[in-house]
Design a protein around this ligand. Structure first.
Ligand code: STX
Length: 322
């Protein structure tokens, strides 16, 4: 089984002004003359981490990572008491990627995205297919209503009733209305008072990070207890989900044929509770030439052992494509 490459540090980083008062943090690691790849993190609102640098051979790849608007090392944070989300949408993030690509002098890059990162990768690649050399997609999420309903409005409780109780517990009893949970969470998450928005954000993030792996991962549950990071994460996710990601129904599956000719690998865990395999399957039906991997004993997270194995094998395989 392949594992992550050894830890590395960036050789360049910066805050890129993208307009609307937002600055987006980016960093570059690996070989400055190597094959360009951009890593797209999940959530939205999750931020990039030092472990994500290690999915790519640093001798062969020029590795770009960024924290999407409002989270991680980008500014302002969506966790600030008063926040304006109006310039934080899928299409703002797509434009930020184009700005980063051109500012860094990159003509074409590999686009690697897991979970929400796969959503953003599909949106970006369908808008700018000529800029994408390969696509590596893991834990496929396309932000259809059915996908949001599954995980945030009740159905997934059939698999995880214990942790679901914690998600419902983040809302006062009168707001635990099936079909209106995301909407009702918004009222708490966007309250200016940290005593209101922080417990709601921790409950939201604990539900999500508690359902990413087959085996329990106390380290992920611990991350969700960081009230400030979870506020940014939950606010951004909630904002994107209430707006259907500014996508038309089924858009990212319907427009998959625009990706024809881009070598694409889809990696999906069988026991992914957060983004169930049906979405990866639907994408594969729309993109039959893509390489399709179901990992039988894995959940959602990129570092589930079988998933990591295929991801690193894939980036190695693509490293020598010119
Ligand atoms: N959200 C799935 C997703 O992109 C629907 C995601 N869930 N948790 C994460 O990402 C982090 C691991 C980045 C927190």
């Amino acid at each position: 089984m392949r594992e992550l490459y050894p830890a590395i540090e960036p050789h360049a980083s910066g805050l890129m002004e993208v307009g609307d008062g937002h600055s987006v943090f980016w960093e570059e690691c690996g070989n400055p003359q190597g094959k360009p790849v951009v890593f797209l993190h999940g959530g939205p609102g999750g931020g990039a981490s030092a472990r994500h640098r290690r999915l790519f051979d640093p001798a062969k790849y020029r590795i770009l990572l960024l924290d999407q608007r409002g989270c991680g090392r980008s500014r302002p944070l969506a966790s600030d008491p008063v926040v304006d989300m109006s310039a934080n949408t899928t299409w703002h993030l797509v434009a930020d990627l184009e700005q980063l690509r051109t500012e860094r002098g990159i003509d074409k890059w590999q686009v690697f995205g897991g979970s929400w990162g796969s959503t953003l990768a599909l949106a970006y690649a369908q808008k700018h297919p000529e800029r994408v050399s390969e696509l590596v997609l893991r834990g496929i999420f396309t932000l259809r209503k059915s996908e949001i309903t599954w995980f945030y409005e009740g159905p997934a409780a059939s698999i995880a009733p214990d942790t679901w109780a914690g998600f419902l517990g983040g809302l006062p009893e009168a707001m635990r209305v099936p079909g209106q949970l995301v909407e009702n969470y918004a009222k708490l998450l966007f309250d200016e008072d940290p005593a209101v928005h922080q417990p709601a954000a921790v409950a939201w993030a604990t539900w999500e990070l508690g359902n990413l792996t087959v085996q329990p991962r106390p380290d992920l549950i611990a991350v969700a207890q960081d009230a400030v990071a979870s506020t940014a994460f939950a606010r951004i996710e909630n904002h994107y989900f209430r707006h259907d990601g500014w996508l038309t129904p089924g858009q990212l599956i319907a427009d998959a044929p625009r990706l024809a000719g881009i070598p694409t690998v889809i990696v999906q865990g069988r026991y992914d509770i957060c983004t169930p395999a049906v979405t990866a399957w639907d994408l594969h039906q729309a993109l039959p030439e893509a390489e399709f991997h179901i990992i039988e004993d894995a959940g959602h997270a990129f570092d589930e052992p079988g998933i990591l194995d295929v991801l690193v094998t894939t980036t190695d395989k693509f490293a020598d494509r010119s």
